[in-house]
Design a protein around this ligand. Structure first.
Ligand SMILES: C[S@@+](CC[C@H](N)C(=O)[O-])C[C@H]1O[C@@H](n2cnc3c(N)ncnc32)[C@H](O)[C@@H]1O
Length: 677
C-alpha cells in the first residue's frame, strides 16, 4: 500500500534538522512522549468525568482525543489529535526548468495559419520565478484537530485538510499522489457559486472573480501547477469544468502539463433539470484528463467496461463478418459518460447544488488508480471523491477551504466507514488538519514545547534548543514564547529572565545586539513596565535591552504573513485564531418517540460570527456520524436550520450529539443522554 504524503509532526524541528525539504516522502514523526500522552489522556478523562454529570458538553470530542496505548501494541502511525505538522523548508529552485513542458513546437503553428494569439507560458507565470513569486509560500503548520479511529492505528491515516488548497499543497511532498480529481468553482462571476457561505469561502470567491476570466485562470493555474508537482510520474489529473471556462482551462492545461500529456476530454452527459426554450439545453460537463507523463500511465479499461449495444451483439452472432466474439459482451467506454445526476431522494445526496454523483467518480477512480493508490481532491466539497476512494480501497487526501465542507466530508466518511466496518478491507483512520485558521482552545491544550514550535514557525522564526531561556530566533533576534494557556499572561519575572538569558548570548556580548522579541497571548502591566525599565537604561547604562512585545492574536503578529501579499494573493486573513461556539440544545417531546430540538440559544464566541451549519447524531456512539439527512439542513434562502425534528425508532435511554459550525470556522460539539418515551 502506498504511503500517504505526511510531514513530521512539530515540536521536534530545530535549526539543526530544519533542512528537510518537501521533496522526498517523509516519515510521520510522533513528537509527544508516551508519558506526556498518558498525562494528557488522564487529564482529559478527568475532564470527561466532571462534565459527564452535566451534559457532557464539549467533553465528547475529548473522548477519542488520545489513543490509549494497549499493552504490547505499537504506537499508532501518523499524527495524533493535537499534533502540529511543520511545513517543509522552501526550496529555492528554478521552477521553469522542471515544471513546464518544452512546447515550442506546439505553439509554433505552421506558417499558413498566420499568428496564433496565445502566450507560450500559462497565465500568471512569472518569467523569473514561476507561480511562487505571485503566490509566495506561507509557512504555517497543520493543526491536527481530530483523528477519527477505525481500529487500525498501524495504518497511516487518510488526510482531510481545511484551508486554501494552494498552501496545503505547497506543504505536501512532490510525486506522492497517483490520481487527482478536481471540481473547482467554475467561472460565472455570480455568487451562485457560494455553496457553504462561510467567511473563508466568501473571501476566496471575491478574490477569484475579481480579475475576471484572466484572474480566475491565474488563480487556477497556480493550483494546477502545484498539482503537477504532487503527481507521481505515472499519475493522472482530471479537471471537471463546464462551458463557462472549459475552453480556456484546456489551453492552460496544455501549457502546464504539455499537450502531449492530454488523454481525453470526457463529456459527462446527464438529463436532469428543465429544457431550454432559447437554445439547446445544456446537459453536459467537461472533464479533462491529463497524465504526468506522455508515455506511461494507469488505465484500467477492464474495470470500467460497459455492455455493448444490442445491435452490436446481434452482429456478433452473425457468423459472417462478425468482428467480435459473441461472448465479448462488454467494451471499454467511450469518452461520453452517460450518468444521471442523483435524484433528490438519493441516499448519497447531501443537499448542495454542485455535489457530483458517486457513479461518476467511481469510473474515474477505477480507471486511473489501483487499490492502495493515493487519490486526492483539493476542492472536495461534500467529499464525493474521498468517499468513492475509500469505498474502492484507495488511500485519499481531501481539502476544502470551507469549514462546513470539511465537517460534512469528515462526517460522510465516518458514516460510510461505520457501514463498512464489517467489510473485508482494513480502513485507516482519518485526520482532520487545519491550515491558517487555528482553534485557540486546542492550542492552549498543547504541551508547551509544541505550542512554542507552532508560534515560532508561524512567526517565521526557528526553534532554538540549546540556549537556556531563549526559545527561538527570528533572523538574528532572540525570541521568547509565553505559555499555551491564554489566561497566563507574561509577568515582570518572565521579562527579566528573558533579558538575563539574552545578556548571556554571544550576540549580546560581542555584536552588541540588544533587541529581543516576546510573543504571548497577553502581557501583564508589570511586564510592560519591566520592559520599559530595561529600555530606559539605554540612556544611562550599557546593559540596556530593547524588547518588542507582540500578542499572538494581533495584526502585528500577522504582519509577516500579510507582508507576503501580492497583487494576486491577499494573505492578510491568514493566521487567525478561532473559538468554538458554546452549543446549547433545547428539546421538547411532541409525539410518542418524536422530539423537537433547537440550537438557537447557542452562543458563538468569535466576534461577528453566525451559525452556518448544524449536524445531528441521534445515535451517538464512539464517534460522531450524523443521522442521514441531518448533516447539511437548509431552510429557505439557504439559511441553516436551527431546529430539527426526529422520531426515534425505539424508546429508552438515547445518546445524542450535535455539532455546530460558525461562519468564522469555529466548531462546537454538544452531547447528552435523554430518556425517549
Ligand atoms: C464545486 S465544489 C466541489 C463539489 C464536489 N466535487 C462534490 O462532489 O461535493 C467546489 C469546492 O471548492 C472549494 N474551494 C474553492 N476554492 C478553494 C480553495 N482555494 N481551496 C480549497 N477549496 C476551495 C469550495 O469551498 C467548494 O466546496
Amino acid at each position: 500500500m502506498a504511503d500517504l504524503p505526511c510531514n513530521d509532526a512539530m515540536g521536534v524541528r530545530t535549526r539543526q534538522n530544519a533542512a528537510r525539504t518537501g521533496q522526498s516522502r517523509q516519515p510521520c514523526g510522533r513528537d509527544l512522549p508516551d508519558n506526556r500522552r498518558a498525562e494528557l489522556h488522564a487529564a482529559n478523562a478527568g475532564e470527561n468525568a466532571l462534565f459527564a454529570v452535566q451534559e457532557m458538553r464539549d467533553t465528547v470530542d475529548e473522548e477519542d482525543d488520545v489513543m490509549p496505548k494497549r499493552d504490547g501494541q505499537e504506537q499508532p502511525t501518523g499524527p495524533m489529535k493535537g499534533d502540529f505538522i511543520a511545513p517543509p523548508e522552501v526550496e529555492e529552485r528554478d521552477e521553469r526548468a522542471d515544471a513546464l513542458p518544452a512546447q515550442e513546437e506546439f505553439w509554433r503553428p505552421p506558417v499558413r495559419f498566420g499568428a496564433v494569439p496565445v502566450e507560450k507560458e500559462p497565465l500568471g507565470w512569472d518569467r523569473r520565478k514561476g507561480f511562487r513569486k505571485l503566490f509566495p509560500q506561507v509557512m504555517l503548520p497543520f493543526q491536527v484537530v481530530e483523528r477519527v479511529q477505525f481500529g487500525h492505528p498501524e495504518l497511516e491515516p487518510n488526510r482531510l485538510f481545511w484551508g486554501d488548497n494552494l498552501h496545503v499543497m505547497r506543504q505536501l511532498p512532490s510525486e506522492s499522489i497517483d490520481l487527482i480529481y478536481i471540481d473547482p468553482p467554475f467561472f460565472s462571476g455570480r455568487q451562485y457559486n457560494v455553496i457553504f457561505g462561510d467567511q473563508n469561502e466568501l473571501r476566496s470567491f471575491s478574490d477569484i472573480w475579481e480579475g475576471g476570466m484572466p484572474g480566475y485562470l491565474i488563480w487556477l493555474n497556480a493550483r494546477l501547477y502545484e498539482m503537477k508537482r504532487l503527481l507521481k510520474k505515472t499519475g493522472s489529473i482530471y479537471v471537471h469544468c463546464d462551458w463557462h471556462a472549459s475552453h480556456y482551462i484546456k489551453v492552460e492545461m496544455d501549457k502546464i502539463f504539455g499537450n502531449e500529456c492530454f488523454q481525453n476530454e470526457l463529456v459527462w452527459h446527464y438529463e436532469t433539470g428543465g429544457a431550454s426554450r432559447q437554445r439547446f439545453s445544456r446537459k453536459h460537463d467537461v472533464i479533462f484528463w491529463y497524465t504526468r507523463s506522455a508515455s506511461s500511465w494507469v488505465f484500467n479499461g477492464d474495470e470500467i467496461r460497459v455492455p455493448r449495444t444490442e445491435k452490436a451483439m446481434q452482429r456478433a452472432q452473425n457468423p459472417t463478418g462478425a468482428r467480435i466474439s459473441a461472448s465479448d459482451t462488454h467494451k471499454n467506454p467511450n469518452d461520453v459518460l452517460i450518468i444521471q445526476q442523483m435524484n433528490p431522494m438519493a441516499k448519497e445526496r447531501i443537499g448542495y447544488p454542485t455535489q457530483k454523483p458517486e457513479d461518476l467518480l467511481s469510473v474515474i477512480v477505477k480507471a486511473s488508480s489501483d487499490r492502495g493508490d493515493v487519490v486526492a481532491d483539493f476542492f472536495c466539497g461534500g467529499g464525493t471523491t474521498p468517499a468513492v476512494a475509500q469505498r474502492l480501497n484507495r488511500r485519499w487526501i481531501a481539502c476544502d477551504q470551507s469549514r462546513v465542507a470539511v465537517a460534512i466530508t469528515a462526517d460522510r466518511l465516518t458514516r460510510q466507514v461505520e457501514g463498512q466496518l464489517t467489510g473485508l478491507h482494513q480502513v485507516p483512520d482519518l485526520t482532520v488538519e487545519h491550515w491558517g485558521v487555528y482553534e485557540a482552545r486546542r492550542l492552549a491544550e498543547a504541551p508547551p514545547e509544541q505550542f512554542r514550535a507552532f508560534v515560532l514557525r508561524a512567526f517565521g522564526a526557528v526553534v532554538e534548543e540549546h540556549e537556556e531561556g531563549i526559545h527561538g530566533y527570528k533572523g538574528a533576534l532572540p525570541v521568547w514564547v509565553g505559555e499555551p494557556d491564554q489566561k497566563k499572561a507574561v509577568t515582570a519575572a518572565d521579562v527579566q529572565a528573558f533579558a538575563n538569558a539574552m545578556r548571556k548570548t554571544l550576540r549580546y556580548k560581542q555584536d552588541n545586539l540588544r533587541d529581543g522579541i516576546l510573543l504571548a497571548w497577553a502581557f501583564r502591566p508589570d511586564a510592560q513596565e519591566a520592559a520599559e525599565r530595561l529600555r530606559r537604561l539605554e540612556q544611562t547604562d550599557l546593559n540596556f535591552i530593547r524588547l518588542d512585545m507582540i500578542r499572538i492574536d494581533s495584526p502585528r503578529f500577522r504582519e509577516h504573513v500579510s507582508a507576503l501579499s501580492t497583487q494576486n494573493a491577499d494573505y492578510e486573513n491568514f493566521l487567525t485564531f478561532v473559538q468554538p461556539p458554546r452549543v446549547e440544545v433545547g428539546h421538547k417531546r411532541i409525539a410518542p418517540r418524536t422530539y423537537k430540538f433547537d440550537v438557537s440559544e447557542t452562543v458563538v464566541m468569535n466576534a461577528g460570527a453566525k451559525i452556518i451549519n448544524v449536524q445531528w447524531d441521534f445515535d451517538y456512539g464512539k464517534r460522531f456520524s450524523s443521522t442521514p439527512g441531518y448533516s447539511f439542513v437548509r431552510g429557505s434562502k439557504k439559511e441553516p436550520a436551527l431546529q430539527a425534528q426526529y422520531e426515534f425508532p425505539t424508546s429508552g435511554k438515547k445518546r445524542l450529539a450535535c455539532k455546530v459550525q460558525d461562519d468564522m470556522g469555529g466548531e462546537g460539539l454538544w452531547a447528552a443522554e435523554i430518556e425517549v418515551k
